[in-house]
Design a protein around this ligand. Structure first.
Ligand SMILES: [Mg+2]
Length: 275
């Protein structure tokens, strides 16, 4: 097979990747789908993200400010409706029967290991069941891929869509900031019919609760590979949420999950992980 010149793409970690591509790929601002069926933006210049980009990706200032508001105002926004060791514990059919119409998933440490682009193998069967139960109405909502500030050309988002088979929402504000308009447009339903699933209280859970979604918090897949700043914030939010729970505080009421029986039904077999 005849091949064209070698091109340089940016991978999930921001490192330059050299790839040989078929000659029928356009070399220009955007290379379209003939290469491994994914629209990829060719980027010869931004070979590596700067240390500032990486650092500011780890520290979510808007999120920290919102969390302060949660701290001194409504603590309940940081508390998920359901906590599970991983998404493998979720009964997707029960969630669908309760009336939810779509799932919004975080990426890092929820579906994939930090900064990786493949679903953790132990989660694949559950993700497949989720796809079936919701007839493909899933979307990835990440604070890296698809966020215009860090992925302006959508390169990371396109690679993820190719690897995970799930649409990646393009958005301009990091969780927990930002509205729910793009989610509602994507799914064609109000946000309170959607489920937000993510491992971070500060970002995923606060964002979901702010918009009236059902919030589910799987434990992080691993602590390896996470920036130190994220580890510190995790310690803080774990401490706070534990404290709120000891004080008897609960997640905001949700119309489609009004009783503890309904909430219990969302978890497979083991019930000990439900809060
Ligand atoms: Mg995460």
């Amino acid at each position: 097979m005849k091949h064209g010149p070698r091109l340089f793409l940016t991978d999930m970690q921001g490192y330059k990747v050299e790839r040989e591509v078929p000659v029928n790929v356009h070399v220009g601002a955007t290379a379209h789908a003939t290469w491994e069926n994914a629209p990829l933006t060719v980027n010869e210049h931004k070979a590596k993200k700067s240390w500032w980009q990486k650092l500011s990706q780890s520290i979510n200032l808007a999120g920290a400010w919102l969390f302060l508001q949660v701290l001194f105002g409504s603590n309940r926004l940081a508390i998920p409706h359901v906590s599970v060791p991983s998404i493998a514990w979720l009964d997707w059919d029960a969630l669908r029967r309760a009336g939810f119409q779509g799932c919004v998933l975080d990426k890092d440490n929820t579906l994939t290991h930090p900064y990786k682009s493949k679903v953790a193998p132990q989660l694949l069967p559950s993700l497949q069941r989720c796809q079936q139960a919701f007839e493909g109405r899933l979307a990835l909502f990440s604070n890296s891929a698809g966020l215009r500030q860090y992925d302006p050309e959508g390169v990371d988002a396109a690679l993820l869509e190719q690897n995970l088979g799930i649409p990646v929402l393009r958005h301009s504000e990091k969780k927990p900031a930002g509205g729910s308009g793009s989610l509602e447009d994507h799914f064609g339903c109000p946000a309170n019919k959607l489920i937000m699933i993510g491992d971070r209280y500060l970002t995923d859970i606060v964002y979901g609760n702010r918009h009236g979604m059902l919030t589910i918090r799987p434990s992080p897949l691993t602590r390896e590979g996470e920036p130190q700043a994220v580890r510190w914030v995790r310690m803080l939010e774990d401490f706070l949420v534990r404290r709120y729970r000891k004080q008897g505080k609960q997640a905001p009421q949700h119309k489609l999950a009004a009783t503890s029986e309904i909430i219990y039904s969302f978890v497979n077999d083991n019930k000990i992980a439900v809060w």
